[in-house]
Design a protein around this ligand. Structure first.
Ligand code: FPP
Length: 228
């Protein structure tokens, strides 16, 4: 029987900014700016749809090997976002969380993130998680090392709590824009039973309506979790 329940946790791989820009003969940085311009209202729409947890892949640990010029353009967007958008999240009752290795990004951004997390900590309407300098395999290995150091034997449930996403429910719906069909080291443990949805749209062109289509498709899927 189809599961008509809304997803609690939606994760989005925001891919295709670079190609969006290149096709318009614009620098890749312009694609990331267009991506951020789309990301803000899209995240609002996700919470308005009734989803409680929205996790967005903003920068992978592997993306940090991109040319410095592109990284600088992304870092500048992070600075603008964390400096200007936090109060809006706070007003909307949205809690900000950031996962990933913040030692890999400039310290001033890490400080803005810590401040943003503090200022929105009381948000009850939903949790917006941005993955920055994030890699799922690195996160899993780090949790394994912590468990070994503590001499702890873990279960699936206690291990999930040790990941950087601890406290969040598993991912129900994972969307990737930009035509590629892979997970690219995103939430590998958390998305074990996620429904996958791949969109041909480059992220700056992925509208709220496209998100609604993904949600409608999710509602039609039959989630069996290995049962019959
Ligand atoms: C992947 O597209 C996208 C990124 C590496 C960056 C995504 C970032 C944003 C949408 C802005 C985020 C801003 C904040 C503040 C969180 P790509 O560059 O790999 O595109 P391509 O595959 O077409 O080259």
């Amino acid at each position: 029987m189809a599961d008509m329940v809304l997803p609690h946790h939606v994760a989005i791989i925001m891919d295709g900014n670079g190609r969006w820009a290149t096709r318009r003969l614009m620098p890749r940085a312009a694609g990331h700016r267009a991506g951020l311009k789309r990301m803000i209202p899209l995240a609002e729409h996700v919470f308005e749809s009734g989803v409680k947890y929205c996790t967005l892949f903003a920068l992978s640990a592997e993306n940090l090997n991109r040319p410095q010029e592109e990284l600088e353009s992304l870092f500048q967007l992070f600075r603008e976002y964390f400096a200007k958008q936090i109060h809006k999240l706070e007003q909307q009752g949205i809690r900000l969380r950031v996962i990933g290795n913040l030692a890999l990004i400039p310290a001033d951004i890490a400080a803005l993130i810590a401040q943003g997390e503090r200022e929105t900590a009381k948000g009850k309407r939903g949790t917006l998680t941005l993955a920055i300098g994030y890699g799922a395999r690195q996160d899993i290995v780090s949790a394994c090392n912590s468990a070994m150091k503590e001499g702890r034997e873990v279960t699936v449930e206690t291990f999930a709590e040790m990941l950087s996403t601890g406290g969040m429910p598993a991912v129900d719906l994972l969307i990737r824009t930009g035509k590629e069909k892979r997970l690219s080291n995103f939430l590998l443990f958390e998305a074990a039973y996620a429904e996958l949805y791949f969109s041909e749209k480059m992220f700056p062109d992925f509208t709220n309506k496209h998100f609604d289509r993904a949600l409608a498709e999710y509602c039609k899927r039959d989630r069996r979790y290995g049962k019959i």
